[in-house]
Design a protein around this ligand. Structure first.
Ligand SMILES: Nc1ncnc2c1ncn2[C@@H]1O[C@H](COP(=O)(O)OP(=O)(O)OP(=O)(O)O)[C@@H](O)[C@H]1O
Ligand SMILES: [Mg+2]
Length: 247
């Protein structure tokens, strides 16, 4: 972590009709920092991620990425999207393309990279996430955990400056959660800037630099994982933790 901010949200507000889904959100994520966002269902965690990637417009406030204000549209927005990778709960792989094609597609189509070079990098990324041997299969032939690792390789193929994860393991059978978290932990160790929405408190404890607790559209508290889990300050966080940690 360098201390230099990569993602900065200032006074961000967003409404869905009457619902004030992001309320005066201030959040700064340093280069190389891993921030885990937790909070009850409906608190605005996905909306926060989507706003950072500009999949959702905000109503007021500002979001800057790497020193630049988020572009509203056009080519600048496309560039920003390729600088911020996103991994969702549903892997969203192209069903009729092979694993290798899924990972090569962005670099070739969006970045205009030469197929040979894109293929080589895609293979080394598949190696990194432990599924190079599956490169010629189709997504449906892989387990959920393997598909999610392909989705991570695909995001990495665009050489993003940051990765956003929105509940990347929530759709997985329990025995596959670990293999995806291992890949994420290794990315964190390598210095990738990551914002991770997850219910995996083990990951939060071991891989996060900071835990942010959200409730009702507000960032209620943030602290190091050690401090947050040992000594949550707000009643909402205490209540949330007592519910999830007893399951
Ligand atoms: N496109 C939309 N239109 C209207 N309301 C929406 C929309 N997307 C989300 N909401 C509402 O905004 C609130 C926050 O939703 P969001 O998905 O960000 O919560 P979350 O913290 O990610 O919840 P979960 O843990 O269930 O994924 C919820 O009340 C949700 O119903
Ligand atoms: Mg969500």
């Amino acid at each position: 972590m360098t201390g230099e901010a990569l993602i900065v949200l200032e006074n961000v507000n967003k409404w869905f009709g009457p619902l004030h889904v992001l309320q005066d959100v201030d959040l700064s994520v340093a280069r190389g920092e891993v921030v885990v966002v937790i909070g009850p269902s409906g608190s605005g965690k996905s909306t926060l991620c989507r706003a950072i990637n500009r999949l959702e417009p905000i109503d007021s406030g500002s979001i800057t990425f790497d020193g630049r204000k988020l572009p509203a549209e056009g080519r600048a927005l496309a560039r920003l999207r390729s600088e911020v990778g996103m991994v969702f709960q549903s892997f969203n792989l192209f069903a009729h393309k092979t694993i290798l094609q899924n990972v090569m597609l962005g670099p070739v189509k969006v970045r205009g990279e030469k197929p040979a070079a894109a293929r080589e990098r895609a293979m080394s990324l598949l190696e990194r996430v432990g599924i190079a041997s599956q490169a010629d299969k189709f997504p449906a032939q892989l387990s959920g955990g393997q598909q999610q690792r392909v989705a991570i390789a695909r995001a990495l193929a665009m050489q993003p400056k940051a990765l956003l994860f929105d509940e990347p393991t929530s759709a997985l059978d329990p025995e596959m959660v670990g293999e995806v978290l291992d890949v994420m932990t290794s990315l964190a160790k390598d210095g990738m800037t990551m914002v991770v929405v997850t219910h995996e408190m083990g990951f939060a404890r071991h891989a996060a630099h900071r835990v942010v607790f959200m409730a009702d559209g507000q960032l209620v508290e943030q602290a190091s994982p050690a401090e947050f889990f040992a000594n949550p300050k707000s009643d909402r966080a205490k209540d949330f933790l007592s519910k999830i940690l007893t399951h």
